[in-house]
Design a protein around this ligand. Structure first.
Ligand code: SDX
Length: 426
């Protein structure tokens, strides 16, 4: 503990402890305030630390992102996604033997049995993949509920491996359902990202023809999305999990929260926006719309609650984007021209500079995924696939130490108590 801060309430000085961070901001422990007859007030939690965590650290001004202390740039260039999943779950990088075992554990849990696959029969081909993924992951609670002890670390690790294994299979099944094609089974001889791409674009019983460059680019995209401290969907998973609910249900809640265009749905919204702009010549008009307070239009893929300089993931994503466009021979992709013109304008525009609105991870991921031939409605499902290890690591971290059910209070400004008037007198 660092030192106290004190506030004066009705002439009385109240000391509040300050708890020290190993990196980033220290926190004022306000738990004692309720006994002084006061709540704190922070809609949207801009100045609120909801929990203590040892998983991911972000410095928004310095553009720093670390998973268990390792910089995202080093992990994105030197590791593979399953290695990062192991790191997030266990807190340490795996040895070669540990990684080989983890990969084998994930592979054997990837298949979805035919009975469960019938869940997709309830959807039409027009169903959004996120609706099917949300239902599919929530439905896994039907398979893994009896006897699941969330306070048993082994049960938590099993749940984590099941989710890391089955979310890509369910996401690929959602895609195949949307194009009316039969499901392709996971192939344990393939890498994680290649397996997902083969389940999406491959043929049952035929060897994978997935490009290694695209598989590597997608694996890196999964790493960039793997965790991001207490973002809206991770906070949703923690809040749902704090009721001691089934972990698959808690992750389904996280998927639901991620879907919104202000959060993970932004990558799909970026493409919709670029297609709506349609021509470099009118980019200026859209920048003007984004600045207009009376116009609800926002530049999707710009701005971030925490990053007020640059999103380090966006810089790595930008490199991947150009590599994939070159591999696909679409460097002159018209949408990329609109995107780079938009980014240049936004960087010179006082409105964006004053508000520290810079491209975030979603800005380039949408263009990269498009160049990879992945249909726009699948983008947020890919974000969910990448984020699953982060969600389940936070869920498990919360349950590994004493915790309380999340139950915020409020500032009530409704009517004070009044007498009921029977309908006969109204
Ligand atoms: C993700 O939290 C995470 O870590 C999320 C994430 C993760 O990995 O989990 O990083 C993933 O969700 C990235 C963000 C994806 N969303 C988008 O790209 C959607 C567009 N961005 C905005 O909706 C917005 O920037 C947010 C939601 C991302 C952040 O919103 P904040 O922090 O609540 O900021 P704000 O809305 O209060 O904006 C501050 C000002 C406002 O103007 P003023 O009222 O001060 O005049 O900036 C303006 C806003 O109107 N503004 C924008 C804008 N974003 C903010 N104006 C135009 N276009 C934008 N994109």
């Amino acid at each position: 503990m660092k030192h106290d801060v004190s506030i004066t309430i009705d002439g009385k000085t109240v000391a509040l402890p300050v708890l020290e961070a190993t990196a980033g901001l220290d926190v004022i422990d306000v738990r004692g305030l309720i006994s002084e007859g006061l709540f704190t007030f922070d809609p949207g939690f801009l100045s609120t630390a909801s929990c203590e965590s040892k998983i991911t650290y972000i410095d928004g001004d310095a553009g720093v992102l670390t998973y268990r202390g390792y910089p995202i740039e080093a992990l994105a260039s030197g590791a593979e996604h399953l290695e990062v999943c192991y790191l997030l779950l266990h807190g340490e990088l795996p040895t070669q033997a540990e990684l080989a075992q983890f990969k084998s554990d994930i592979n054997e849990r990837m298949p979805i049995d035919a009975q469960f696959a019938k869940i997709f029969d309830g959807f039409t081909a027009t169903a959004h993949p996120m609706s099917m993924l949300c239902a599919g992951v929530g439905g896994l609670a039907a398979l893994f509920h009896e006897g699941l002890d969330i306070y048993n670390a082994d049960h938590r690790m099993e749940s984590a491996m099941q989710l890391i294994a089955k979310v890509p299979t369910l996401a690929a099944m959602s895609y195949r359902k949307s194009i009316g094609r039969e499901f392709v089974d996971p192939d344990p001889s393939l890498g994680y990202a290649e397996n997902f791409l083969n389940m999406c674009f491959g043929e049952s019983g035929k060897p994978s023809s997935v490009s290694p460059t695209l598989a590597s680019a997608l694996d890196r995209i999964f790493i960039l999305h793997a965790d991001h401290e207490q973002n809206a969907s991770t906070s949703t998973v923690r809040l749902a999990g704090s009721t001691e609910c089934n972990p698959y249900a808690a992750i389904a809640a996280g998927i639901a929260a991620l879907w919104g265009p202000s959060h993970g749905g932004a990558n799909e919204a970026v493409l919709d926006m670029l297609n709506e702009i349609g021509d470099v010549a009118v980019v200026n008009d859209y920048v003007a719309k984004a600045k207009d307070k009376d116009d609800p239009f926002k530049l999707m893929g710009f701005g971030h609650r925490v990053y007020k300089n640059f999103d380090p993931r966006a810089l790595v994503m930008q490199e991947s984007c150009h590599a994939v466009l070159a591999e696909q021979g679409v460097e002159d992709e018209p949408l990329l021209k609109i995107a780079t013109t938009l980014e240049k304008m936004a960087r010179e525009e006082p409105y964006f500079i004053e508000r520290k609105l810079y491209p975030n991870i979603d800005f380039y991921s949408g263009i990269t995924l498009k160049a990879m031939g992945i249909p726009t409605p699948m983008y947020t499902a890919l974000f969910a696939l990448g984020r699953t290890p982060g969600w389940i690591s936070h869920w498990s971290e919360m349950l590994s130490v004493p915790f309380k059910i999340g139950r915020p209070r409020q500032l009530y400004t409704g009517p004070t108590q009044r007498d009921f008037v029977p309908i006969s007198d109204r």
